[in-house]
Design a protein around this ligand. Structure first.
Ligand code: GLN
Length: 256
């Protein structure tokens, strides 16, 4: 999967995707989000250059889109120290409108901290104005949420952490089925600049192509000034739209 950023990365149609901590933070196939972005970019006539970043690696320059997944509490402990070393770069990228997708465990650590149910405090990077408190009960099951920006969002949650948003971020969506950020309010995920954060696995993007296209379009616009798709194959995009719609309908009928 991992490919190094090549000298051609500066050409006029290449988007550099950085996958953050795929070794330790990639549960429920969150890696699938990168595959969707890569394939959809290709279908829109762009090239994706995917680079993995794991603890201890050099942090690459010229990242156009950043994606990170969920993890067990133990995975979060493994990456926490390294995450602090790249925190200034990540915060600067977010302020510079680099699109980012952070799922579950990484979503939590993009906030101020995650205090696990055993009392361990895993510091976050404060990129998002939120905090997470581990509970004894796990929030598990299918989720249907609704967002003004993206419509219905379908996915699957499994977390002990309960996340509470501060005024510096907006919720991604409102939950119709399931719990979302916590068992107290009705919000799911968070939005800030071009950052999309969510508890939802699945992976998220195959069933929610509107979010995938938002992320890749922001990356393209930020880099090249405009999104000018040159569809390689309109029939592939049509077939994919049909399949993702089927997946969405199927997901909406699933019990909690
Ligand atoms: N370990 C965290 C929690 O349980 C995140 C879980 C996840 O990423 N699925 O809340």
């Amino acid at each position: 999967m991992s490919e190094t950023l090549n000298p051609a990365a500066g050409d006029d149609r290449t988007i550099n995707i950085l996958q953050l901590y795929p070794r330790d933070m990639n549960i429920y196939g969150d890696w699938g989000n990168v595959l969707v972005l890569k394939q959809r970019l290709k279908w829109h006539g762009y090239t994706a250059n995917v680079l993995d970043y794991n603890p201890g690696d050099g942090f690459p320059a010229d990242v156009d889109l950043l994606v990170g997944g969920g993890g067990q509490d133990s995975g979060q402990v493994v990456i926490q120290e390294d995450l602090q070393t790249i925190a200034p770069a990540l915060r600067a990228m977010a302020e510079d409108d680099v699109p980012m997708l952070a799922i579950c465990g990484l979503y939590q650590l993009f906030g101020r901290f995650f205090k696990t149910h055993t009392g361990t405090v895993i510091p976050g990077i404060g990129l998002l104005d939120l905090e997470t408190h581990g509970g004894t009960e796990r929030l598990i099951g299918n989720v249907l949420s609704v967002s003004e920006e993206f419509g219905e969002i379908h996915g699957y949650e499994n977390h002990s952490g309960q996340t509470f948003l501060g005024p510096g971020v907006k919720p991604l969506a409102q939950v119709r089925k399931g719990e979302g950020n916590n068992s107290k309010d009705t919000w799911e995920g968070a939005r800030y600049r071009n950052v999309v954060a969510s508890y939802l696995h699945g992976s998220l993007l195959p069933k929610n192509p509107a979010i995938a296209d938002f992320l890749l379009q922001q990356a393209v616009i930020r880099k090249f000034g405009a999104f000018e798709p040159r569809p390689e194959s309109a029939s592939d995009l049509d077939e994919l739209a049909r399949l993702s719609e089927l997946a969405r309908q199927h997901a909406s009928q699933r019990p909690r």
